[in-house]
Design a protein around this ligand. Structure first.
Ligand SMILES: *Cc1c(COP(=O)(O)O)cnc(C)c1O
Length: 567
C-alpha cells in the first residue's frame, strides 16, 4: 500500500513520507509480534474477533434502552435472586395473588364455578334462565347510564335489536368460505370501501376488516416488516410517539421489530416531528402517529409526519382506532381539524375501530392501506399445505361472518347524517366537561382535548385519590401514568340528559372533599400506580399484572391458603 500511495502521490510528498516514518516502526512491531502465530491461527482469531464484535453490536442494537438502563435492570434482577429478597418477593406475590382471588370470588356473589359439562344438557329455557339468574346479576356497574369512561360507546336499544336480528341470520357464516357465504364476502368489501371513503382513500385504497384495533395495528406493523425484509433490512425498527397505543409494543414483541418511543411535547402531548425524525435510521420500517392518542386525546401533527414519510420514503401509519368515527365527521359537524387521512401523500395506512365510535358490537375494526401493494404484505399463504392451498387476509383463519354483517348493518342504519349528529353531541359534551375541569383550580388539563378524551392531573393532591373518590361515586375512569393522571373518554352514553352535569358535580365535590380532608389511605388502584413508577425492573410489575390475569381464569371456589409458595 505504501508503494502504491507513493507512486500515485509522488515520492517527494513530504507529508506522506512523514506519516509513513511515524507508522513504519509500529507496523514492524506488530508484525514481529504476529510472527509468533501460525497463519491459520491468525485467520481463526480474526474470524472469532469479528464474530464477537458483531454479536456485541447486535446486542447493543437490540437493547430497548441504553446500556446503563440494561445494567441497572440486571442488578435488580440478580438481587431478586438473593435468598432473603427472593423469599420476601415471593411472599408479597403470594399475598397479592391471594387478594386478587378473593376479589374475584367476592364478585361471584356466592355462585360456585361450573367445573364440568352438565351430564344432561340444560336445554334452551333452563340455560337462558341460568344466565339471567346467576350471571347477569354479577354486574354491578351500570354502564348504561354513562358511568364508564370509553368501554361501551353507545348501545341504544334500537342497535341492540338490529344487531341481534342480524346475528340470528349470520351466526353460522364464515368469510373464509367466500364461495359458501357470498353475502358476507360482499358486506366486508363494502364496509372497507365505505370506511376508506370516509378517510378520502382513492380507487387504489383498500383494506380488510379485523377483530379490533389491536389486530388492525399489528397487521399494519407486520405488513411494513415484510416490506422492510423485501428491501433487505434485516432488523426492522419502528418509530412511534410514546403516547401511541400499546398495540404497537405488542406488534414489536410478536414480530421482532425494535420499537423507539419518541417523547412528546410536555404541554400539548403531541409528538414533535423534529424529535421523531432524529430516531429514524436505515433500519426504520415505519413511523406512526395517533389521531387522537388514547391517554390524552390529542392528535399528533400528521401533516408534518406525512412530509417526513415522503422525504425518507418510509410508510406512515395513522392510528385512528379510537376516534376514527369522530374525526371523519367533525368537519361536517362544524369543528375544524388539520388533515389526518389519505389526502396527505405520506399516509400509507389508517386503522379505524368500528367497535368504538362506529357503535358496532365488539370484535370489529378496519385496517386501510393507500394501495394493494401494502395490503399484499399483510396477507399470509401456505401454498404447499397438504390441506390445500391456504391463504388468509388477517390473523384468524375462520372468522365470524356475523361480526361483518352486524357492522355493515350498524353503518347502514346510522348513516352519514346520523354519525354527524352523534359526533356533534359528543364533541359538545367533551367541550362542556373540558371547560368545567378548567374551572376547577386544583385540576389541570394534561392536554387540550382535540376530540373526545379529557385528561387531567393535579399539583395540589395525588390525582389517584380523585380516581378513588370518583369510583366510590359510581364512576369508572381510566388511570394514566408517566405522568400520573386520570381521563374520561366521552361516549354517546355521556351525551344523555344529565350525565355530563352529574359527572361535573361529582368531580367538583370530590375535589372539595380531598382538599378538606387529611391524607387518607389510598385505594388499591391508586396504591399500585403510586408504587410502581419508581421500580427499575418492570418485570416485577408484569408479574403482578399477570397474577391478575391468572385470577380471572381461576375456578377454585375457595382461596388457596396464604403462603403456599406456588404461582
Ligand atoms: C382502543 C384503541 C386501540 C385498539 O384497541 P382494541 O382494544 O384492540 O380495539 C388502538 N389505538 C387507540 C388510540 C385506541 O384507543
Amino acid at each position: 500500500m505504501k508503494e502504491f500511495l507513493l507512486s500515485r502521490l509522488g515520492h517527494d510528498n513530504t507529508l506522506l513520507n512523514e506519516i509513513f516514518n511515524k507508522i513504519d516502526p509500529i507496523t514492524q512491531q506488530i508484525l514481529t509480534r504476529l510472527d509468533r502465530y501460525e497463519r491459520w491461527e491468525l485467520v481463526v482469531i480474526s474470524v472469532l474477533m469479528t464474530y464477537v464484535g458483531m454479536r456485541f453490536r447486535y446486542f447493543l442494537l437490540d437493547l430497548d434502552k441504553g446500556l446503563w438502563d440494561y445494567m441497572k435492570k440486571q442488578v435488580f434482577k440478580l438481587s431478586k435472586k438473593l435468598p432473603f429478597l427472593n423469599a420476601k418477593i415471593m411472599s408479597e406475590l403470594d399475598k397479592t395473588k391471594h387478594g386478587l382471588e378473593e376479589d374475584i370470588l367476592k364478585s361471584n356473589k356466592g355462585e360456585l364455578f361450573v367445573q364440568k359439562l352438565p351430564s344432561l344438557g340444560l336445554g334452551i329455557d333452563k340455560t337462558l334462565e341460568t344466565i339471567e339468574q346467576k350471571y347477569v346479576k354479577l354486574n354491578d356497574l351500570n354502564w348504561k347510564n354513562g358511568a364508564v369512561s370509553g368501554c361501551v360507546y353507545g348501545a341504544d336499544d334500537n342497535l341492540t335489536l338490529l344487531t341481534t336480528k342480524v346475528y340470528e341470520k349470520f351466526a353460522w357464516s364464515n368469510p373464509m368460505h367466500a364461495d359458501v357465504f357470498p353475502d358476507v364476502r360482499k358486506m366486508e368489501a363494502e364496509v372497507v370501501r365505505m370506511v376508506c371513503n370516509l378517510f378520502h382513500g382513492d380507487e387504489d385504497s383498500c383494506g380488510t376488516m379485523t377483530t379490533g384495533g389491536t389486530e388492525s395495528i399489528m397487521l399494519a406493523c407486520k405488513a411494513y416488516r415484510e416490506l422492510a425484509y423485501s428491501k433487505g433490512i434485516q432488523r426492522p425498527e419502528m418509530v412511534v410517539p410514546v403516547t401511541a397505543h400499546a398495540a404497537f409494543d405488542k406488534a414489536a414483541n410478536f414480530f421482532r421489530i425494535k420499537i423507539h418511543h419518541v417523547p412528546v411535547d410536555p404541554i400539548t402531548k403531541k409528538v414533535n416531528p423534529k424529535v421523531l425524525k432524529s430516531y429514524i435510521n436505515s433500519n426504520t420500517c415505519m413511523i406512526a402517529g395517533s389521531a387522537p392518542n388514547f391517554p390524552h386525546g390529542s392528535i399528533d401533527p400528521i401533516e408534518q409526519l406525512s412530509k417526513i414519510a415522503c422525504d425518507y420514503k418510509i410508510p406512515l401509519h395513522v392510528d385512528a382506532c379510537l376516534g376514527g368515527f369522530l374525526i371523519a365527521f367533525m368537519q361536517d359537524a362544524g369543528f375544524k381539524l388539520p388533515l389526518f387521512d389519505f389526502r396527505l401523500p405520506g399516509v400509507t395506512s389508517i386503522s379505524c375501530d368500528t367497535h368504538k365510535y362506529g357503535y358496532t358490537p365488539k370484535g370489529s375494526s378496519v385496517i386501510m392501506y393507500r394501495s394493494t401493494e401494502y395490503r399484499k404484505n399483510q396477507y399470509f399463504s401456505a401454498v404447499e399445505w397438504p390441506g390445500g392451498i391456504y391463504v388468509s387476509p388477517t390473523f384468524a383463519g375462520s372468522r365470524a361472518g356475523s361480526l361483518i354483517a352486524m357492522t355493515w348493518a350498524t353503518l347502514m342504519s346510522i348513516g352519514h347524517e346520523g354519525y354527524v349528529k352523534i359526533t356533534k353531541d359528543i364533541i359538545d359534551t367533551t367541550r362542556y366537561i373540558t371547560k368545567a375541569v378548567e374551572e376547577i383550580k386544583e385540576l389541570k388539563l394534561m392536554a387540550r382535548p382535540d376530540v373526545s378524551v379529557v385528561a387531567f392531573e393535579s399539583s395540589e393532591f395525588n390525582i389517584f385519590r380523585l380516581l378513588d373518590d370518583m369510583t366510590s361515586k359510581g364512576w369508572h375512569l381510566n388511570a394514566l401514568q408517566n405522568p400520573s393522571g386520570v381521563h374520561i373518554a366521552v361516549t354517546k352514553l355521556h351525551t344523555l340528559p344529565g350525565v355530563a352535569e352529574r359527572f361535573v358535580n361529582d368531580l367538583k365535590s370530590a375535589v372539595k372533599d380531598i382538599m378538606s380532608k387529611d391524607d387518607r389511605q389510598l385505594g388499591k388502584v391508586a396504591a399500585i400506580y403510586c408504587s410502581t413508577q419508581s421500580i427499575p425492573d418492570k418485570s416485577i410489575i408484569a408479574d403482578v399484572a399477570y397474577l391478575f390475569l391468572d385470577a380471572c381464569y381461576n375456578t377454585k371456589d375457595k382461596p388457596i391458603a396464604n403462603g403456599s409458595g406456588k404461582h
